[in-house]
Structures are given as structure tokens and as C-alpha cells.
Write a protein that binds this ligand. Structure first.
Ligand SMILES: [Mg+2]
Length: 348
């Protein structure tokens, strides 16, 4: 029996493990990955020789800042009776992430967001030097946040549909799991802070809904069906829908995963990243094998590993995560703490 609290932790820890597995091979083509790790590709977490841990990348960093941003926004909205999840905490939390990566903030007035907030009495993400490491941060996120303007669906910040919007919104699905359609909206809003193309933010909405429905106990397939039915209500949904339909279609065929993934794409863009992750979670129930499929390809391995790990964690819960992987994961304690904080806020 999995408790909801365990599912929250498994979702974020699972994502971080997938991220760490994929980060090792993020910019490598499959052929190169195989030449280093053998015919099956990378299948085990690699410890960084200097840090002694398997390193997480920007995907997990930004996921943590999303979770913290939701908590921040929830508290401010509750106190003031007004505001939004995107604009009252998550944008400010992303400015902090921008600060960790660049050492600066876009404007002088943004300095105020570095001050300790009410929800940070015990600890702050800014206390963790690992979060200040550059782990191949996405250029779209950096340039959008560096502009000093918050993007939204109504006022797009750019025309990007890179996967940087979708890879970070699992916490939205956890926190708003009781309202899958609202999770879609908030997931989209939060992705649109940095990604202005409809496919960029609608993929994030779909992902948040999938996570929400998994928390509600639905299967991966049924969770996807809920996401698709909500997705179809939005304008410009066609590209995202086509990618997810393709993932479902391929998952029902007898096909080498390597071949199927190459048909979906490389995952640098949002709908492909979500579709590859979804495909891998559907074809293989074993946590390690499914994650290995999700990172061994030509494309954006850490983002597909991260999203796939979120899905597997949300579906199977904590017990399927191998202890030997938990033991070497960088910032494991912090990821568990943030998951717990999000859980307590959801049920307080
Ligand atoms: Mg990354």
C-alpha cells in the first residue's frame, strides 16, 4: 500500500534519479553512449569522481524551485486573498534560480526576492551550494528570466517550445492532484513564464495532469487519457496531441524501444520530451529498465529521464526506487524535504 506522502517523495526523487542518469549522457549520441557503456547503454547511476554523488542537473534544480515557488505563492495568496501561482511565488522562485546560475538578478528591485520568506524559517533553497552549480542550464529559461519580464500565455515571452517548461512542473500535478483540470491550467501558466509557444506550455499542462491523475490512483494510460481530453479543449493543441498519440500508438506495437524513440524524436522540444518519457513508462514496468530506455537515445537524455522518473515515481511509489540509487543521489535529503513540505501544504 503506497501512502500519498510516499508518492509525493517518489515522484520528485524518481525524477531526480532519471535526471542524474541522463545528465551523464545528455549531449551524447546513442552510438557514443554505447561505445562508452556497452550495447545496453547507461544502466546505472555514475558517481561524480569529485563529489562522490550522482549529480542532478537543471531539470531537478528547477523542479525544486517550482515546488518552493508553489509553497511561496500559496502562502502569499492565503495572506493577501489575491494573487496567482505563477505570479505570486513561482516567478520569484525562478528569479532565484536565475540568480544561482548567473550571480545576478535582472533588475535592482528584484533583489527583494532573495530575502528569507515566511515559508523558509527552517531552511531555504538558497542555502544549498549544489543548487548554484551550473548543470547545463537551458538557454531559453536563462534568457526569458534575464529579460526582467514574466512571460504568460496572454503575453508570450518568446516563441520557444523547448522542453525547459515541461520538465519542471511535476510539483504542480502533486500539489493540485485533486483538481486535474486546474493542474493543467497552472502547469501551463508556470511553463509560460519562460516558454511562449503553445506546444511548450500545453505539454507542461498535460504533464501536470498526468502526475495529478497518477496521484489519484489511475493507471499511466488512464491518466494520459484525462490529460488528452483536457488538452483538446485548448487552441493550438494539435502538435502536442500528435506527439502523445504517437507515443501511445508506438507503445502498443512490438518495436525496439530504441527505434520507437527515434520515431518520436530527440526530446529537445516539449512535446517530444513528454512523449518519449510517456512511451518509456508505458512499455516497461521495471523502474531501472524503463529509466534506462528513457535516457539512451540521441537527444535530451536528462530531461526525458527526469520526466519519466517523475511518472514512474508517481505511479509505482517509493518502494520501486532502488536503494543503491537513492544512496548516491545528490541532494536526496533536500528533495525528500521539499516533497514533504509540498505534501503538508497540500493537506493542511
Ligand atoms: Mg538538464
Amino acid at each position: 500500500m503506497k501512502t500519498t506522502r510516499e508518492i509525493f517523495i517518489a515522484t520528485l526523487v524518481g525524477g531526480a534519479i532519471g535526471d542524474a542518469l541522463g545528465y551523464e549522457v545528455e549531449f551524447k549520441k546513442l552510438e557514443e553512449i554505447k561505445s562508452i557503456f556497452g550495447e545496453s547503454g547507461i544502466t546505472e547511476l555514475e558517481k561524480n569522481s569529485q563529489k562522490g554523488k550522482a549529480l542532478i542537473s537543471d531539470d531537478t534544480q528547477m523542479t525544486l524551485f517550482t515546488a518552493d515557488g508553489l509553497i511561496w505563492a500559496y502562502n502569499r495568496m492565503r495572506m493577501r486573498g489575491i494573487g496567482s501561482y505563477a505570479g505570486s511565488g513561482t516567478y520569484q522562485s525562478y528569479l532565484r534560480w536565475y540568480y544561482t546560475q548567473t550571480g545576478t538578478l535582472p533588475t535592482e528591485t528584484d533583489q527583494v526576492w532573495l530575502k528569507k520568506q515566511l515559508h523558509e524559517e527552517n531552511s531555504s533553497l538558497l542555502d544549498y551550494r549544489e543548487l548554484f552549480s551550473n548543470r547545463a542550464p537551458g538557454n531559453t529559461c536563462l534568457s526569458a528570466l534575464g529579460s526582467g519580464r514574466m512571460g504568460s500565455i496572454e503575453q508570450p515571452i518568446n516563441q520557444s517550445k523547448g522542453c525547459g517548461g515541461v520538465m519542471r512542473v511535476a510539483p504542480v500535478g502533486l500539489f493540485l492532484h485533486k483538481e486535474p483540470e486546474y493542474a493543467f491550467k497552472i502547469g501551463s501558466d508556470i511553463a509560460a513564464i519562460t516558454h511562449g509557444h503553445p506546444t511548450g506550455y500545453l505539454s507542461a499542462g498535460a504533464f501536470a495532469t498526468i502526475i495529478a491523475e497518477l496521484v489519484n490512483g489511475k493507471t499511466i494510460l488512464d491518466s494520459t487519457m484525462t490529460a488528452l481530453s483536457i488538452l483538446k479543449k485548448h487552441t493550438n493543441h494539435e502538435e502536442c496531441l500528435a506527439a502523445l498519440d504517437l507515443a501511445l500508438e508506438l507503445s502498443a506495437k512490438e518495436l525496439e524501444p530504441e527505434k520507437a524513440i527515434s520515431i518520436i524524436g530527440e526530446g529537445w522540444i516539449a512535446e517530444e520530451a513528454l512523449a518519449i518519457s510517456l512511451y518509456c513508462s508505458l512499455i516497461e514496468a521495471d523502474f531501472k529498465k524503463s529509466l534506462a530506455f528513457s535516457v539512451n537515445h540521441d537527444g535530451d537524455s536528462d530531461s526525458t529521464g527526469s520526466i519519466c522518473g517523475n511518472i514512474l515515481g508517481a505511479h509505482y511509489g517509493f518502494n520501486v526506487i532502488p536503494k543503491e540509487w537513492m544512496d548516491v543521489l545528490e541532494l536526496k535529503e533536500l528533495i525528500v524535504e521539499v516533497s514533504n513540505n509540498l505534501y503538508h501544504m497540500t493537506f493542511n
